[in-house]
Design a protein around this ligand. Structure first.
Ligand code: ADP
Ligand code: MG
Length: 953
């Protein structure tokens, strides 16, 4: 039997108490020419309900308006046109406004999340307008009264909270970027600092920091927000805008005035519940301004409801491994170049078993650390769990069932939570308690490392009464929605038990009443039924209705409705019992809602402690997952310190290795990489390269150069995020900045593989890399003609060696470059070993000292299936070319005759030369002002200056 008539009301508008107000027809509409999709402003003749709609729509012009009508959200006018197209749903029309048809479409509320998600993905913002009172309430004010409605929430990409709209394993940041009150004429030089504040309102995760303008793209890609808010001016910057797009974020302009540092400070104190922010470190004015705009936007979209806020993570370039945007993409840290998680480093290392654990892992991977001690503490935890398989297994087993506490408490704080969220807190606390027990019992005699002891401590930070009341109050598996009740456990509250008993008794009484009437009338087909409009009624087939309409039964049965095949009646007793059912059901429901409120309040009171429990569970899952990975894949603990050592023995590429394993395509060949070797012993067989900081890697295509380069960058990222690494030994002096570039011709996947982009990115490296940086350059200079490319590659190597003095790996197919090893002290040649077999080659994927003597291009072409006549002919041409080269007039190779290489001999390479007097004199000339004689004089003067300059006098 259906219980409460009120809640089932309003099927489709026809059944709704108030049928489609915005479209009620207008008797006195004046003819007009307004476009039919544009709602004209309120005009005479507009009904009150239409006026209400227009007013709400006018207040939210940049959003699609989801207008609640019974069990549907409906959209009207141009919103309907846009949504129908975006969602592929039927566009209909409903009524007229000022003489024109009104376009309309609707989505049922129980599928609203799904439609919302699709609209948000397509870049729409949605204002959700709810009925704020029961239509019955409105009717009390008069038959024409309009149900009160208002927007309760703006749904934007950066302010989602529903599980169905979010990826459980990904953070959903809203990021405010503040570029300060830029003075007039100030250009975006690298020294300008920008402040960023990011909040995931679905978890309360919160991060504040400053970066140099030049690092903004990297920071945006690192945070990878869903939505960026900033002042118009900043969003107008094409460069900034491009990186926001690449990061996949929506860009939302907000008024410059909302970047108010005083408001930010005040809101932050309130939200964190502190009188002084000092405990969280010092915030700059700019950071507080970004926080101000962020929290203001949250208020605006959540219509005053305040989300949870966890203590801010402070992200500064000084304590992070800085990786710029292009390197992040090229190293495929969180996403492969195709945009997928699979194929990325994250995809290869994720062994977490919970959503929060996966989010923590992704956060650590995108922000590796720089301080050896901080990294060491993480490694201690991973190492401990790696070493104790039983403990790890137990913990992971327990974590597997742990719910997402952070998202549950956030929904509750935003008054969007349901009984399942209460249960998530209950079950989360149970998991936390179980993990603490396992950690404490499983701890060996050495005791837990600090990180794990701290986690165990935070896991128990919540009060026992909270866990207890949730266990007692909630049934095991409560429903999703709170509105229908049925989630409080019997025996929790006597009053509720009473109301429920009464309600259920009355239902039995109703069944008994039916039996009684069947007996009295002798009609076996008599039924007590229920619908939303009539409530309870008695129904008999029309053909048998006569006895009930005639004495004596007519005295009891009152006729209500005649249908096609049936007649409906009621009785005084039925009405009375119905009243009891409705009253007791209402009372039970009201009591459950009260209890929900009490439980939610108890949770809110411990919001910060619960946040810690959730965070500690996430960290534990992340660390146990990394330990599992290390055990499964045979990773080792890296050694990190403040030296500039870089010694990787037996290193492997974490992603390629697993891919090879999965496809059973043979074993991955491990390789050493030893840079800045003064601080380490030479690898066996690498005697001649011990001093090198920069390795030139040559070898034919497909030999494994790119794989080797990347594996060393990825090992660095893994080590500094606090993970074990795929190697037999790794000793890394912490890296401050990591750069990775792939030459344009190799970079087609990004779809913008122009030589220009390659050069812009190379310039960024040369301008930013320090002697603590690690630089990976893969085939730089490919995107242009051979000699250009070779020359650029040559000069770049010299600059890295002389000026940046960073650790670097440089792969190239120009073996001419290998000559540099003889000229530059800290450059060494290594090459990918290949075996020649008759006319074919076999790739050994092994790095060995020395230079490739040839590129094997023809052999590779043969492997690739080029027709035999082509490869044969190519072989002949090559032989010819080689012969002519060796017969160059002065006996030297053709190449060394090039002016560039003559100029590039020691001493003259990389002349960061001061401007010569000739340059100065030239700059001083203004040809427009010269007479013909003056011009001639100037020419003689310049020639003389040039001569003196050359002769050094
Ligand atoms: P290159 O950059 O020299 O053209 P890649 O690094 O792209 O070569 O490698 C080509 C292929 O060789 C890779 O896709 C990978 O499958 C395989 N490969 C590379 N290095 C190794 C290795 N160390 N062990 C096994 N296979 C490897
Ligand atoms: Mg390559």
């Amino acid at each position: 039997m259906v219980d409460d008539a009120k809640k089932r009301r309003g099927k489709r508008p026809s059944a709704s108490a108030e049928a489609h107000p915005p479209v009620t027809t207008h008797r006195q509409t004046a003819p007009n020419e307004t476009s039919h999709t544009k709602p004209p402003l309120a005009a005479p003749g507009v009904t009150p309900s239409m006026a209400q709609f227009l007013e709400i729509k006018a207040a939210n012009p940049d959003c699609l308006l989801f207008y609640r009508m019974g069990d549907f959200y409906e959209l009207f006018f141009e919103d309907a046109v846009a949504a129908a197209q975006a969602l592929g749903i039927v566009l209909t029309k409903r009524g007229k406004h000022l003489g024109e048809d009104i376009p309309m479409c609707g989505v049922p509320i129980h599928r609203a999340d799904e439609y919302l998600q699709r609209l948000i993905r397509q870049g729409f913002r949605v204002a959700v307008c709810e009925q704020l009172e029961d239509p019955a309430e409105a009717r009390k004010r008069g038959s024409k009264a309009v149900v009160r409605r208002d927007v309760v929430r703006l749904v934007t990409p950066g302010t989602l909270t529903e599980d169905s709209l979010l990826d459980a394993k990904a953070r959903n940041y809203l990021t405010a970027v503040f570029d300060g009150p830029r003075g007039s004429g100030g250009d975006a030089s690298a020294a300008v600092m920008l402040a960023l504040a990011s909040l995931d309102i679905s978890t309360g995760e919160f991060e504040v920091g400053e970066v140099a303008a030049a690092d903004l793209p990297g920071e945006i890609v690192r945070l990878s927000p869903s939505e960026v808010i900033a002042a118009d001016r900043l969003l107008g910057d094409e460069h900034v805008r491009r990186w926001i797009d690449i990061a996949g974020a929506a860009a939302t302009p907000v008024p410059a005035a909302s970047f108010d540092s005083l408001a930010g400070e005040r809101l932050l104190k309130v939200r964190l519940g502190v009188a002084d922010l000092a405990a969280f470190g010092a915030f700059s004015r700019a950071e507080l301004a970004a926080v101000g705009a962020l929290l203001k936007y949250v208020e605006l979209t959540q219509i005053g409801k305040a989300p949870c806020l966890r203590p801010p993570r402070r992200a500064t370039p000084a304590n992070r491994l800085v990786i710029d945007a292009a390197s992040r993409a090229s190293l495929e840290l969180l996403r492969s170049l195709g945009g997928e998680k699979s194929g990325s480093l994250l995809g290869a290392i994720d062994r977490t078993v919970t959503g929060p654990g996966a989010r923590e892992l992704a956060a650590r991977l995108s922000s590796p650390l720089r301080e050896p001690d901080a990294i060491g503490r993480r490694l201690d935890a991973v190492g401990y769990l790696w070493g104790d398989e039983l403990l790890r297994h137990d913990l992971r087993g327990t974590l597997r069932g742990a719910p997402d506490i952070a998202r549950a408490i956030s929904r509750l704080a935003l008054q969007r939570g349901g009984p399942r969220d209460l249960a998530a807190v209950r079950d989360g606390l149970a998991s936390a308690a179980a993990c603490t027990r396992i950690l404490e019992n499983g701890g060996s005699s050495i005791g837990l490392p600090d990180t794990l002891a701290d986690i165990a401590h935070r896991l128990t930070g919540c009060s026992a009464p909270l866990a207890d009341i949730l266990v007692r109050a909630l049934i095991d598996a409560p429903p999703h929605q709170r509105r229908d009740g049925g989630f409080v456990r019997a025996g929790f509250r006597a009053e509720l038990d009473e109301a429920r008993a009464l309600r259920d008794d009355s239902r039995q009484v109703m069944a008994a009443l039916e039996a009684k009437y069947v007996e009295a009338s002798g009609l076996k087909s008599l039924k007590v039924r229920h619908n939303n409009i009539l409530g309870y009624y008695i129904e008999v087939p029309a053909a048998q209705s006569r006895p009930l309409m005639s004495e004596p039964l007519a005295a009891t049965f009152r006729h209500r409705q005649t249908m096609a095949g049936a007649v409906r009646f009621t009785t005084a007793e039925l009405v009375e019992i119905e009243g009891r059912i409705v009253a007791s059901a209402d009372r039970a429901l009201a009591l459950e809602q009260d209890i929900f409120g009490e439980l939610a309040a108890a949770i809110a009171a411990e919001e910060q402690a619960l946040g810690e429990v959730g965070a500690a569970l996430a960290e534990l899952d992340c660390e146990a997952g990394l330990a599992e990975l290390a055990a499964e894949q045979g990773y080792v603990r890296p050694q990190l310190d403040a030296t500039t050592a870089f010694e990787i023995r037996g290193g492997r590429h974490p992603v390629v290795e697993q891919a090879l394993k999965a496809s059973k395509a043979g074993a991955f060949i491990e390789n050493d990489c030893v840079l800045a070797a003064a601080e380490v012993t030479a690898p066996t067989g690498f005697d001649e390269v011990t001093e090198a900081r920069l390795w030139l890697v040559t070898g034919p295509n497909m030999a494994g150069k790119s794989t080797f380069l990347r594996q060393n960058a990825l090992i660095t990222v893994l080590a500094q995020m606090g993970s074990f690494v795929p190697a037999r030994l790794a000793h890394i002096g912490v890296v401050d900045r990591l750069f990775s570039r792939v030459g344009a011709a190799d970079d087609l996947a990004r779809g913008r593989s122009t030589f220009m982009v390659e050069m812009v990115e190379t310039a960024a490296i040369l301008n930013q890399a320090t002697d603590r940086s690690l630089v990976i350059l893969d085939e730089i200079g490919r995107g242009t003609a051979t000699f250009d490319g070779l020359s650029i590659a040559w000069a770049v190597v010299e600059y890295l060696h002389e000026v940046n003095r960073c650790r670097a790996l440089f792969a190239t197919h120009y073996h001419e470059l290998t000559a540099l090893a003889g000229r530059l002290a800290e450059v060494a040649n290594v090459t990918m070993d290949v075996k020649e077999w008759r006319d074919d080659i076999v790739f050994l994927h092994k790095v060995k000292p020395g230079a490739a003597d040839r590129s094997y291009g023809i052999q590779v072409a043969r492997l690739a299936g080029l027709p035999k006549p082509v490869t044969t002919r190519a072989g002949e041409v090559l032989a010819l070319l080689e012969k002519s080269e060796s017969k160059a007039p002065d006996g030297e190779a053709l190449l060394t005759d090039l002016p560039l290489f003559a100029a590039a001999r020691p001493k003259s390479h990389v002349s960061v030369a001061a401007a010569s007097p000739v340059d100065d004199a030239l700059a001083a000339l203004n040809p427009d002002e010269l007479t013909p004689k003056g011009a001639l004089d100037a020419l003689y003067r310049l020639k003389e200056l040039a001569r003196r300059n050359r002769d050094g006098d």
